[in-house]
Design a protein around this ligand. Structure first.
Ligand code: MN
Length: 237
């Protein structure tokens, strides 16, 4: 036994990853961070305060829906909701990153859906319990192919995001409406966790969250840069 390679009792799970626009290379995903109530109008519609520190939470890498236009309707909810969000993908990280250095960590951008069992989330909040089962389930993090930070299209700021469902505009927002700008979010998060290449950050949703039903079709868009087409399909019972 000279090999330093570990021997596993069963094959290790697959590495979750995202496509990168314009290349065959893929972005390997490590951790998925999310921030709640980063747009004032959404905080208001949820009845949440708009002051205080950012509310961070996480999803496991296996929550990721990539390379698929099919969103399975999850079990144990009757109020499955969409939250369209600008997604940041990190190419480097660190601890205690100053805000002025944070943007240099960004590998690229995507458009994502933070999918939520809203009925369960309300119940968990009321019981002062963790949100995981409402926010971090398998298939709760849909994300488009990434656009590299160096791409010309991505330099149009503010970044505009929107969500169309069955032909109707459900949500729209832009990055200059964020309560905590991207650099602040990364800097703040890095006080608690060492960020690393492969991390994703879902940066919060604008107002207009609402329910999805089996058969709904639509797309989320980072306007001018990338788009995620989807259809909601029956999931596991
Ligand atoms: Mn969200």
């Amino acid at each position: 036994m000279t090999s330093s390679e570990p021997r596993f009792c069963f094959p290790p799970p697959p590495q979750h990853s995202l496509a990168i626009a314009g290349t065959e290379t893929r972005f390997p995903v490590r951790a998925i961070y999310c921030v709640g109530r980063n747009y004032r109008e959404h905080a208001r519609e949820m009845g949440a305060p708009v002051d205080g520190a950012p509310c961070f939470f996480m999803k496991p890498a296996h929550a990721l829906l990539s390379d698929s236009s099919r969103i399975p309707y999850p079990p144990a909810t009757s109020d499955f909701q969409h939250e369209v969000e600008l997604v940041i993908a990190l190419g480097s990280g660190g601890r205690r990153i100053p805000p002025e250095e944070a943007m240099r960590c960004i590998f690229g951008y995507g458009i994502g859906l933070d999918l939520t069992r809203r009925d369960l989330q309300a119940q968990l909040k009321k019981q002062s319990q963790p949100w995981e089962l409402s926010k971090s389930f398998t298939g709760s993090a849909a994300c488009s192919a990434l656009v590299p930070a160096g791409a010309e299209s991505i330099h149009r700021v503010p970044h505009r995001i929107r969500l169309i469902v069955n032909g109707s505009l459900r949500q729209e927002g832009q990055s200059d409406q964020m309560i905590w700008p991207m650099a602040t979010l990364l800097s703040e998060l890095s006080r608690y966790e060492e960020l690393a290449a492969g991390d994703l950050l879902f940066t919060g949703t604008p107002a207009g969250v609402g329910p999805l039903a089996v058969g709904d079709r639509g797309f989320a868009e980072l306007v001018g840069s990338c788009r995620l087409d989807f259809e909601v399909v029956p999931g596991p019972a």
